[in-house]
Design a protein around this ligand. Structure first.
Ligand SMILES: Cc1cc2nc3c(=O)[nH]c(=O)nc-3n(C[C@H](O)[C@H](O)[C@H](O)COP(=O)(O)OP(=O)(O)OC[C@H]3O[C@@H](n4cnc5c(N)ncnc54)[C@H](O)[C@@H]3O)c2cc1C
Length: 493
């Protein structure tokens, strides 16, 4: 569609006839040899054409599907008018991380799932448009700091610089509070920086979104492990009025099977942290050791498993296997990630479960014994339970294994914060209306509360917490509106 056509008003019938615009991306054969981002992003023309598919529903269901309440129809309308920076500002009223969410949010399960176009014509590509306008604003150097409330004199500590902590920080800074983030690693971003690879989420984007917060006055103290240096109680003693815990679920789970201590077997955490945070992906600029053999098996079916196997191919593996005990239907990874992995030649071994590792004389893994599974009745998760088929054992030669079967919450903060209640999985318990924990003034959100979930759910919890924390520090009861503060909180998110 030409620019001229893009300006012509369209009726509903004409809009639905426009096909969903495809985002250009790197060829699979070329990209498995580099770490550059896979999709190139929409062009301005493609974005305007895609935006014209939006029917501007009077009751937009897409907004109900967005945990951070982005005004989707309003920003898309601005895109149809070519007002890209204005569109980015609309998103930023409620979402401080649009370039990130535009890339990694499971839109197909949220805003795009409930779009009225989804069934018959394919959803409006909300995520691709969000990414486009956020990139446009950044590349044009048009990022502006929003209007901030006058200083309140209140000081708030955020523990953990993942999407939950960053969202709380943005919203509270806008409301005029002094916000200091304490992050254990040497770079802020949480999973966005140490887990999700460069080819899905370039580090420069995370850096730029953190810098945006810093321009709003948020301080970020890195290499600061709360619970080892200062405890939560010591933060209060130092004059903080409230504390938010957004420490994520970073404790890797293992299969607990024979041979798991052999060399060549990583947790996905270690493997991805070496590649991403420690920049092994950027060899020879960075010379971080990471061993990747010819045959790499990744255990699991989530985004972490896809990221690990696709990373292993880029680091030189000949065969990258996904070994998953259920079938393709039950895989929790985003559809786009599975599709990209398939295009890149990843081999999927469904209904297959490892039962032991076999080592060589030097203590390195050389094979993995697995059994085939079939699906039985649904379990507590609602997914059909995998059941072993007796005698179906196979041996897969492997020299590297990455275990990506989920993470648990880090126990350090609960262990060092008396009175902080956790559930049986070690997740911090909160009141879902306020995100306040069993300790007054201590709030929590993101994976540390839910267990491993998504970026947007962590950000959504951060927004709820920020509103409640504002009331808490200003002495406003939770069941009362925060007057001008509430307005500002809504404005800010
Ligand atoms: C490899 C991988 C890929 C993923 N892909 C996707 C995806 O495509 N889309 C999606 O929506 N979700 C994805 N997820 C899930 C998503 O990243 C998480 O749900 C989200 O990051 C949770 O945010 P959070 O802020 O709660 O925690 P995190 O992002 O885990 O951040 C927690 C931060 O707290 C810090 N911290 C921990 N303890 C302390 C302490 N004691 N003191 C100070 N700091 C501390 C940690 O270092 C970390 O930086 C993925 C997860 C992984 C692991």
């Amino acid at each position: 569609m030409t620019e001229e056509n893009n300006n012509k008003p369209l009726d509903k019938k004409e809009r639905v006839k426009i096909p969903r615009q495809k985002m250009p991306e790197q060829d699979p054969q070329a990209r498995i040899r580099n770490f550059r981002e896979v999709p190139h992003g929409l062009t301005a023309e493609l974005a305007m054409t895609e935006a014209r598919r939006c029917l501007a529903c009077p009751k937009p269901l897409c907004m109900n599907g967005c945990p951070v309440e982005v005004n989707i129809p309003a920003f898309i309308k601005l895109v149809t008018e070519g007002k890209f920076s204005e569109a980015a500002k609309v998103i930023k009223k409620t979402n401080a991380l649009p370039a990130i969410c535009g890339r990694v949010c499971p839109q197909e399960e949220q805003c795009e799932k409930v779009c009225v176009m989804t069934k018959k014509y394919g959803a409006v590509a909300v995520g691709n448009l969000e990414r486009f306008v956020a990139d446009y604003e950044r590349e044009q150097g048009e990022i502006e700091i929003p209007e901030m409330a006058p200083a309140t004199g209140k000081k708030i500590a955020i523990v953990g610089a993942g999407p939950a902590g960053l969202t709380v920080a943005a919203d509270l800074a806008l409301l005029g509070h002094k916000v200091i983030i304490f992050e254990a690693l040497h770079k802020p971003g949480g999973v966005l920086i140490y887990g999700i690879p460069e080819f899905r989420l370039p580090k420069a984007i995370v850096k730029s979104e953190v810098e945006y917060l810093q321009k709003m006055g948020v301080e970020v103290h890195t290499s600061f492990v709360v619970g080892k240096l200062d405890t939560v109680d010591e933060l209060f003693q130092q004059g903080f009025d409230a504390v938010f815990i957004g420490t994520g679920a970073g404790l890797p789970n293992f299969m607990k099977i024979e041979g798991e201590n052999l060399n060549g077997i990583y947790s996905s955490n270690e493997f991805l942290t070496r590649s991403n945070l420690m920049a092994a992906y950027d060899f020879p600029e960075h010379d971080t050791p990471i061993f990747v053999g010819e045959n790499v098996a990744v255990l699991g079916g989530g985004n972490t498993a896809m990221d690990s196997v696709r990373t292993s191919l880029r680091l030189g593996a000949k065969n990258g296997y996904i070994v998953y005990r259920r079938s393709r239907t039950e895989m929790p990874a985003r559809k786009e990630e599975i599709h990209h992995a398939e295009q890149e030649g990843v081999q999927f071994m469904f209904l297959t479960n490892p039962i032991r590792y076999i080592g060589d004389e030097n203590g390195w893994v050389k094979a993995m014994e697995c059994v085939k599974m079939e699906l039985g009745e649904p379990d507590a998760s609602g997914r059909r339970r995998p059941v072993e088929i007796p005698g179906s054992n196979i041996v897969l030669p492997v020299d590297t294994v990455v275990v990506a079967v989920g993470n648990s919450s880090n126990p350090l903060i609960p262990q060092t914060t008396p009175g902080l209640k956790t559930n049986k999985w070690g997740n911090i318990e909160v009141n879902p209306n306020t995100q306040m924990t069993s300790r007054p003034g201590v709030f929590a959100g993101g994976d540390i509360v839910t267990g491993g979930a998504t970026v947007i759910l962590a950000a959504g919890a951060g927004k709820v917490a920020a509103r409640a924390m504002h009331k808490y520090v200003m002495g406003i009861p939770f069941d009362q509106p925060a007057a001008s503060g509430e307005k500002a909180a809504t404005k800010a998110g």
